[in-house]
Design a protein around this ligand. Structure first.
Ligand SMILES: [Zn+2]
Ligand SMILES: [Zn+2]
Length: 231
């Protein structure tokens, strides 16, 4: 499981939609300390005795008392580790957290890259995400919708800033720049309910794919998405 911002009950409910139980989870990997990512991690891990991987900076930001009695493992940028038959590679991203990372996971055949919660593109993230079979890519906001929204100016600056969240056009630039020779599927994710629409996100990703024929899906906050098989 990658991050968990939900209560134990909501997490159980979302797992059951996928035909899974908490006992099926062999590990939780954490990207950073913001509540929408870490809010449910430690309660769930404690209840079901699931090991957790996180950076030391995220651990410090969360605080030792919150992680009490949880089997913790520290990870860091560019040092791969294994959980079962998966190898996970954390890579650093520009975001306003203590030591934020995102992950690339592979079983040796297929490679899945995940990128949410980044304020800008970097050479480092482009390198980490190159050559993936599938991507989950943040499409947080449409610049104009964010500019026109009722959010206070300070929040607009934070979200749209270099350590905030990816606007559709930046996500599209990232997708366009990546090595896509194996890419079959891209899922737009982490969409703002107020400052984006699935149609705008889909259009940005589809345009960025240009001639490359990969499928585009958009994850919604309520339903998430079903199992996707990448052959
Ligand atoms: Zn987030
Ligand atoms: Zn965040």
């Amino acid at each position: 499981m990658l991050d968990c911002g939900f209560s134990i009950k909501e997490t159980q409910h979302r797992l059951s939609r996928l035909g899974r139980t908490p006992e099926d989870i062999s590990g939780i990997v954490v990207t950073h300390e913001h509540a929408d990512h870490v809010g449910g991690v430690f309660k769930f891990a404690r209840r079901y005795e699931i090991p957790v991987w996180l950076t030391y900076g995220t651990f410090q930001a969360v605080g030792a008392s919150v992680c009490k009695d949880v089997d913790l493992h520290f990870c860091r940028d560019s040092e791969a580790f294994r959980i079962g038959d998966l190898t996970l590679q954390p890579y650093t991203v520009p975001h306003d957290a203590r030591e934020p990372v995102q992950f690339v996971a592979t079983d040796g055949d297929c490679k899945l890259g995940v990128l949410t919660d980044a304020g800008q593109s970097t050479g480092h993230l482009l390198q980490a995400l190159g050559g993936c079979d599938a991507l989950v890519l943040e499409c947080n906001h449409d610049r104009q919708m964010l500019a026109d929204s009722v959010y206070p100016p300070s929040l607009k600056r934070r979200i749209g800033g270099p350590y905030g969240h990816l606007a559709n056009d930046i996500s599209a630039e990232i997708l366009a720049a990546l090595d896509k020779h194996r890419l079959k599927m891209v899922v737009g994710a982490h969409l703002s309910l107020k400052n984006n629409t699935p149609d705008l996100a889909r259009a940005a990703l589809t345009t960025a794919l240009d001639q490359h024929s990969a499928e585009v899906m958009i994850a919604c906050q309520e339903q998430g998405f079903d199992w996707i098989v990448i052959a």
